[in-house]
Design a protein around this ligand. Structure first.
Ligand code: CTP
Length: 486
């Protein structure tokens, strides 16, 4: 271990650690961590859009002018090698990252978010149309810039103290071999490649492997990450790495982690394309007790996850009024299906979700059964009644009900709501009520709502019909309205 530390502290120049199964297996001769790798350049040309390639080249040029070494690393490099689309640039520089990020903002535009404590910054730009449709709806294009750094964990599961370092040390602090490769982008040396820990080999073998044995104790979020990458790419967590996960779980690492960090990792898992795979793998590895001790994930939930995906796909095409949908939230609702309202409140308290998210989760738990039962009932249920059930619900909740229900009639009614009822507008408005001598107030909403219900039920066609019915509502509510006029 001593030798490894010396190398990582740059005292062992000329030597490199040889890591096997996550353990130090020996020390090899070091030539240079950077090698020319034509394969990665040809992959880059094949998978990275030309304009993005030009942006990367330009960034390399700015690094030359600033006199610093700049590398692409992390997920970006991994995904190029896998041939997977990932346009978020992960940059590491041997120098002042924040200063460099400021230069990038000046040259490329966008908004800069600086994390001074960690010496990192993120440049956020609107998704450029030349990148094609964004991978996730409403995505932004991000450039993360970090200074090459060493991390020291003073206590397990806490945030590390960071210090500037070389590229090799920076790669060594990372989570898995497949995320610990770097590609130099300075113009003079474009395409030189660093793969100190066998990342390329593990990508080829389809293996998730940590770099050192304390990795999960230092940063237990990596347990979630291991599962997320394993399931996303159809890889397998290497045996020793899996044993270390089990060890970390036995050490109750989740209890030592801040709940908000767990929440963020959980959300990332639930945002995956096939979240159920990662969710069931998590269950297998360490149960899901860290969310709530009574959480039981039934096998049948797998089907609901899949159905939810189909419903959302359909919604994005067919709904007349499309809203931005938090897909992860639908998945979360499916995941906590067996928890009652009280247990759900405990989860909400533990993870401190935003008010809006908490409101949606509560709304689901309170309404789901009742709405599902009512929508499945036979006989005639008028469109206005369906509207009254569904309109007050967050659309995530309705989509979750749609995914869950086994009733064809309930599904048809929900479909009608999204494709027809929810798009129906009145031709009259508050001005028309005012003309009837009613003073403005909450009653306006009530009157308009009643007219809308009538219209939903197909009884009003023209504006004239709406006005006529509106007058009828007013008259039935307050006798002769003109007498009340101010
Ligand atoms: N990283 C790490 N340990 C963590 C989080 C991140 O070592 N707990 C490093 C990894 O090298 C990772 C890089 O930081 O590749 C960037 O992290 P992030 O953007 O979170 O992940 P990506 O690997 O880009 O994954 P994704 O495709 O999910 O964005």
């Amino acid at each position: 271990m001593r030798i490894l530390k010396d190398i990582m502290n740059n005292k062992g120049r000329g030597r490199v650690p040889v890591i096997k199964n996550g353990k130090l297996a020996g020390i090899g001769a070091r030539i240079d961590v950077l090698e020319k790798m034509p394969r990665i350049l040809s992959k880059m040309r094949a998978f990275v859009p030309k304009k993005l390639m030009r942006t990367i080249n330009a960034i390399g040029g700015y690094a030359d002018v600033a006199g610093i070494n700049a590398f692409l690393t992390g997920g970006f490099v991994r995904d190029i090698l896998l041939g997977v689309k990932n346009y978020d640039l992960d940059l590491v520089v041997e120098g002042d990252a924040i200063l460099f990020a400021k230069i990038l903002k000046e040259k490329l535009g966008g908004t800069l978010v600086v994390h001074r404590k960690f010496g990192t910054a993120t440049l956020v730009k609107k998704w450029p149309s030349w990148l094609g449709p964004s991978i996730h709806p409403d995505s932004e294009f991000k450039i993360d810039v970090a200074a090459a750094r060493k991390e020291k964990y003073e206590k397990p599961a806490t945030l590390p103290v960071v210090r500037a370092s070389s590229l090799e040390q920076d790669l060594y602090r990372r989570d898995f071999t497949i995320n610990a490769m770097a590609l130099k982008i300075n113009r003079s040396d474009f395409g030189s490649f660093a793969d100190c820990f066998g990342g390329m080999r593990d990508l080829e073998k389809g293996v998730i492997r940590i770099l050192h044995d304390k990795s999960f104790l230092d940063d237990p979020t990596r347990i979630f990450r291991a599962v997320r990458f394993e399931q996303r790419f159809g890889f397998r967590i290497e045996k020793h790495t899996e044993r270390l996960i089990q060890h970390a779980v036995k050490q109750e690492m989740f209890r030592r982690m801040e709940d908000q960090r767990i929440r963020e990792e959980l959300i990332l898992i639930l945002k995956e394309r096939h979240p159920e795979k990662a969710v069931y793998r998590m269950k297998q590895l360490h149960e899901l007790r860290f969310i709530h001790p009574d959480l039981i994930l039934k096998r049948s939930a797998k089907r609901t996850f899949r159905e939810a995906r189909k419903c959302l796909k359909w919604y994005r095409v067919a709904a007349v009024r499309k809203r931005k949908i938090d897909e992860w939230l639908i998945n979360f609702l499916i995941m906590i299906e067996n928890l009652d309202l009280y247990q759900t409140e405990e989860v909400l308290e533990k993870f401190i979700f935003t008010n809006n998210v908490a409101m949606q989760i509560r709304s689901y738990k309170e309404q789901e059964r009742l709405v599902r039962r009512r929508l499945s009932q036979g006989g005639k249920v008028s469109p206005s009644l369906v509207y009254r059930f569904l309109e007050p619900l967050p659309q995530e909740v309705t989509l979750c009900i749609m995914a869950k229900t086994g009733s064809g009639v309930a599904r048809r009614r929900i479909r009608k709501f999204f494709t027809e009822y929810n798009g129906i507008d009145l031709q009259i408005n508050g001005h028309d009520i005012k003309k009837e001598g009613i003073s403005p107030g909450p009653r306006y909403k009530e009157i308009l709502r009643k007219v809308l219900y009538e219209k939903l039920d197909g009884k009003l066609r023209t504006k004239k019909d709406e006005l006529k019915y509106m007058r009828k509502v007013i008259a039935s509510e307050c006798g002769n309205p003109r007498k009340q006029a101010p």
